[in-house]
Design a protein around this ligand. Sequence first.
Ligand code: VNL
Length: 395
Amino acid sequence: MERRQALHALAGSAVVAALPFGRAHGADAAPFKIGFILPMTGQSASTGKQIEAAAKLWMAQNGSSVAGRKIEMIIKDDAGVADTTRRIAQEYVVNDKVDVLAGFGLTPLAFATAPIATQSKTPMVVTAAATSAITEQSPYIVRTSFTLPQVSVSIAEWAGKHGIKNVVTFVADYGPGIDAEKFFKSQFLLNGGKVTGEIRSPLRSPDFAPFLQKVADLKPDAVFVFLPSGQGAAFMKQFGERGLDKSGIKLIATGDVVDDDQLNDIGDVALGVVNSHHYSAAHPSAMNKKFVAAFEAASKFRPNFMAVAGYDGMHLIYNALATTKGAGGGDALLAAMKGQIFESPRGQILIDAQTRDIVQDVYIRKVERVAAMGNQLYNVEFDVQKAVKDPAKVK
Ligand code: VNL
């Protein structure tokens, strides 16, 4: 492996030397292609819409060439269907000869593409899907989103320290939901709590009513919820309609449920919900204020955590290409992605060189109506755990 990387670096520098003025790749070099695969239609369409807008904003702000190499971004819709993701990835690699694969709105879509990244030695930048095990499916996977264990542990700890003794967990029945359920529970037990029920709802077209009835019957102090981005509004509506918001059962969650994309539509039923996540549009840094203003001006909607992962994914790819002086190459790009540290609109992030997964701050937030921000609903951060590694990968 090391030998191959060394050889690759050598080959790369030979190309540089052969060109006039050491200019690695001028305007005549082939464009550097980034092939995004995103759900632009179907149940997870908001994820595609957010990441597309963010990637375009990155390019508008940072230009469409790196080290003299023209960047070509392609975006294709898989509608959230794994067979389609796999077919598009194959076409990208074989016909378009993309330099990087990117996107992946749901865990099964990332799993379906991993073998193609491995076989073709193409870096695969995951800007959405968040099951811990994704990065272990290919040595070419790098992630700029988050993992469910990473964000579930903080809210479990918060709950244990704030008088919540019994919790029912309520998660989408697939990879990230099972991660959330497991890591919430183990941390909550450590903090002296008890899980009195574990409910899973189907990923596709769920009807939350029967599960919410179960929660009401179990009467826990709180229900901990993970649902993928896009399902929060429907869940919260039924939560309110069934009177659970007034039942004395607290709602705690990962930030996916009170996602910035939908938060204003969810409305007052979300007020006071304490949740943990790695990004809020209300994050009070100067960089984030600029990011949100530029995003909203360009897109007419608020960026959510998917947008910031798409934006940072582009940042990561640009940095890697610059490191190779425009030469690219799967192994060289991958090596340049490992260990990158930079400031994101969410705070500082690191790509762990060993796991290729993201290390980042996780915030505890509360949904509030913010007078100073147009009287809109936001997740207001009130506590932070710094530089959290994916707990599923801490041995
Ligand atoms: C996943 C995880 C998807 C968290 C999500 O929204 C999310 C996934 C579409 O890994 O499938 O919020």
